[in-house]
Design a protein around this ligand. Structure first.
Ligand code: SAM
Length: 312
């Protein structure tokens, strides 16, 4: 392996988060769309494969696909088959199109999925996603992912004031004793949706008080709580310098640019049309200009910390 990709803040990049498309079949009221606004030609199979191969030489061993809705890409199985051997290949999806493809995706090399599930109430789901009648498909998608062994299936629940705060207990029951993990995510302010922002501290305090155990993951310093057979992880990106200081991912936009930070669009690095040598240089350059959005001095990992075993 070549030198690893370490930025000037000492953060090592080990993971690529690739947006495969800007298109989505839902329209969630709060969606950050991975911080993208561009609409160029979508990243091609060979572009993804070459970048992943070059990055893997530098110790990048995880790839997560996102979007838009990555399952709108008909060639997703081809993309998966074109990847070099990696430790963890995952996908974040709204789940609506997952059921018929879960097994094919697993066979093509996908390890696991995150499914967005803010609510299990269908009228709330329609309101949040601004589409009608999709919740049933998502639930079928979760079942199919479990059957296909795309586990652990992580359920991404964005915590929304006045919308789903009262559903956390129900979601905990849903994941209990199954290869499911609930990730409760603090809302980041996109599209002026901050009126839905709920402080997640009180929830976290109550989980901590009744948890059998908890672990602080190195990745984004997220804390994972174990509650009688249910795993619940709290993701708090807002104003969180620890979140940034422990970020190990580099983003790739759906039109093939490196994006060093979710919250910035002024330092994108174009990759289109580059040969392998140029791609390698661009990768190192993008890591070099990476900086934490919320800055602070690095903090030592506490005793209860564990090495990240999986990216989110
Ligand atoms: N369509 C796919 C999906 O629904 O998972 C992938 C794209 S979506 C942008 C990826 C994840 O970003 C979702 O699980 C959602 O939880 C999270 N997300 C989107 N907007 C967010 C926001 N404003 N604050 C926090 N998380 C957000």
């Amino acid at each position: 392996m070549q030198d690893s990709l370490v930025d000037t803040y000492g953060r090592r990049v080990t993971s690529l988060r690739m947006s495969l498309t800007n298109r989505c079949n839902l329209q969630c009221i709060y969606c950050h769309n991975e911080g993208e606004s561009g609409s160029g030609k979508e990243i091609a199979v060979d572009e993804i494969a070459r970048l992943a191969r070059i990055a893997s030489k530098y110790g990048v061993d995880r790839v997560k696909f996102s979007g838009g809705e990555p399952l709108l890409r008909r060639d997703l199985e081809d993309i998966l088959r074109a990847l070099p051997p990696l430790r963890d290949v995952s996908l974040t999806t709204n789940g609506t199109l997952l059921a018929p493809r879960a097994k094919k995706l697993k066979d093509a090399g996908l390890d696991r999925v995150n499914v967005s599930l803010d609510t299990m109430n269908s009228s709330r789901f329609d309101c949040i996603t601004q589409r009608k009648g999709q919740l049933g498909h998502v639930m079928e998608g979760i079942d199919a992912a479990l059957d296909a062994g795309l586990t652990p299936v992580k359920l991404n629940m964005v915590y929304l004031k006045g919308i789903n705060e009262d559903e956390v207990e129900h979601m905990i029951e849903f994941v209990r004793g199954r290869p499911l993990v609930l990730q409760v995510i603090e809302l980041m302010n996109f599209h002026g949706t901050f009126k839905y922002h709920a402080d997640i501290s009180a929830l976290e305090k109550s989980l901590k008080a009744r948890a059998d155990d908890y672990r602080c993951r190195e990745m984004h310093r997220r804390t994972k709580y174990y509650l009688q057979g249910a795993e619940v992880e709290i993701v708090r990106p807002i104003d969180n310098s620890e979140f940034c200081m422990n970020c190990n991912r580099l983003r790739v936009t759906s039109d093939f640019k490196l994006k060093p930070c979710l919250l910035r669009n002024d330092n994108l690095v174009n990759l289109r049309g580059l040969d392998d040598d140029e791609l390698e240089k661009a990768l190192r350059y993008a890591v070099g200009i990476r900086e934490p959005f919320f800055k602070a001095t690095p903090i030592a990992i506490p005793k209860k910390a564990e090495k990240a075993t999986s990216d989110n």
